[in-house]
Design a protein around this ligand. Structure first.
Ligand code: SME
Length: 157
């Protein structure tokens, strides 16, 4: 496995098109979940430079912080709480253009202004969420949603 990422400088779509096969190769070469989640975060952070990118894992009745890249984050989130807990409850991706306008948003970093949360579904159950934060308003869109939803399906939970 190559341990160097080939960073694309194209459009957002071009960046995802270049990055996703590389991430797929990385996670297919390893069976350990935590190792794979850690490398997925590293690849996304290196390509896009987002403020924060990480996973929360469903453990019993809460989300518990997993591998991430970025500033210190809150460790536990209840179902239905914040953007992450709401995505878990609704079993759907949430794109939040302005976190301050999202009722109950959990502010881990005051620098975070917009956010996307993608639930990781296995069967009918959410097993984790992928959370990404930006320092800019209205930063995430359908393109991010489409590619991040595809990405979480590469990972074997
Ligand atoms: N903002 C999230 C909490 C997690 S941090 O952004 C890393 C939320 O409202 O669920």
């Amino acid at each position: 496995m190559s341990e160097e990422l080939n960073i694309s400088k194209g459009t957002k779509t071009e960046q995802y098109e270049s990055l996703l096969p590389q991430i797929k190769a990385v996670v297919e070469a390893e069976t350990d979940l935590i190792a794979n989640l850690a490398n997925v975060c590293a690849c996304l952070k290196e390509q896009f430079g987002w403020l924060w990118v990480g996973f929360y894992l469903v453990k019993d009745d809460e989300l518990v912080l997993g591998p991430f890249q970025g500033p210190l984050a809150c460790t536990r989130i209840k179902k239905g709480k914040g953007v992450c807990g709401t995505s878990w409850e609704k079993k759907e991706t949430l794109v939040v253009a302005d976190v301050n306008a999202f009722p109950g948003h959990i502010a881990c970093s005051s620098l975070s202004l917009s956010e996307i949360v993608v639930p990781v579904m296995r069967g009918n159950k959410v097993v984790a969420v992928l959370d990404v934060d930006s320092e800019r308003y209205n930063f995430f869109d359908k393109t991010d949603q489409q590619y991040l939803e595809a990405l979480v399906n590469f990972i074997v939970f």
